[in-house]
Design a protein around this ligand. Sequence first.
Ligand code: SF4
Ligand code: SF4
Length: 363
Amino acid sequence: MSFARYIARGELARALDDMARGRVTYAPRREGDAVVFRPRAEGEEPLLARATVPPKGVIFPQSERLFAFIREKDPNDPGHTTVRLDSTVDIEPALIFGARPCDARGFHIFDRVYLNGPHRDPYYAARREATVVVTLACTKAGSTCFCHWTGCGPADTTGSDILLTPVGVGNDAGFVAVAVTERGGAVLERANLPEADTARADAAQAVHAATHAALEAQSPAPDLSATPARLLERFPDTGFWRDMSDKCLSCGACTYLCPTCYCFNITDENDGGDGMRGRRLRSWDNCMSSLFTREASGHNPRMGKALRLRNRVGHKFSYYPQLHEGVVSCNGCGRCITGCPVSVDIREMVVRATEANEETPNA
Ligand code: SF4
Ligand code: SF4
C-alpha cells in the first residue's frame, strides 16, 4: 500500500478537515515557550513546528482510569462484601497531525511491548487502533537530533499511517502525502486530492536525502552494533556511571519527554473516606525516580542515581534491542537532551560506553 497525493499549502487545513472527519485531531500548538499537541478545531491552520513534547500521550495517556470499583456490603451478612468493577473505556477515534518521524516510531517501540508482547494491553491496543498518525518529514534537523544513529531518520515511516513531505517554495509550496498503511490510504483518499506527479515525488525524495545528509554532516552516525554487548560489559563499572550521572538531578524530565518510555505506576483513588467506591489509575512513572524500584520491604536495588541512569541507557541501547531483534528503544529525537535542566547527553554516554576503553576507577 503506497500511493502519493499532493496538498497545496493553502489547501492543508481543508484537506486535514476531510481526513479527520469523525475524529478528534491533535496538532501542535504553541503554549508559552512550548509546542504541545492539542485538539484542533475544524478549519484551524495547523502549526508545522516540531513539538516540545511528543504525542505519545494521545495513545498512552499520562494518567488514565483503568476501571471504577464499587464495594457493596451484603445487608444480611455485613462481614461479606462484593466488589463490582466498571471497566468501560470511552475511546474516541483520533488523528495525530504533525508528529515527526522519531515521534511516530515511538509508537512502534510501544507496539512491540503492549501489542505484540506476551501480554496485549487492551487500553493501548484500543487507542492505537482508533488513532491515525500523520507524520511530517523533517526538512531541518535540530542540534540535538540524532535519529540517524538509531535506525530512525528524518523521513522514516515506521509507526506512521501517512507521511507528508514539504516541497516547493512560495506559491508552489505544498506537501507530498504518501499513504504508508491501508488505514492511512483510506483516510488520505477522503481528502480528494490530486496525485503527486513525478516532479513532486522526486522533490520529496530530494528533501529526504538533503535532510539526512545535513544530519550526517552535523554529527556522523557512529557504529553502534557493538553497543548492546558493550553496555552489558559496562554494567558493573559503577565509576563510569557515577561519572556520567554526576550532574543529574533525578527530575525524570528526560523520560517524560521521551517518545519511547512506557513505564507506569498503578494507584487506587477513593471517592470519600469509606473506601467503598473509587477508581484504579495508571499513570506514567519513570526509572530516574528514586522511588521507582523501591520494594515493599523498603529495600531499593537502585538507590543511587548512577544506577538509575545506567538502567535508562541500558534499557534503551542494550536490554530492549536484545529482546527485540536489535531494535533500539531510542529514536534519537534528542528531547531528553534539550529538556534536561543540566544537559545530560545520552549520545555521550552511549559513545563512551561503546568505546573499548579502560575501566573507570571507582570513585
Ligand atoms: S530526530 Fe530531528 S530530524 Fe530526526 S526525525 Fe526527529 S525531529 Fe526529525
Ligand atoms: S532530565 Fe537530566 S537531570 Fe533530569 S533525570 Fe533526566 S538526566 Fe537527570
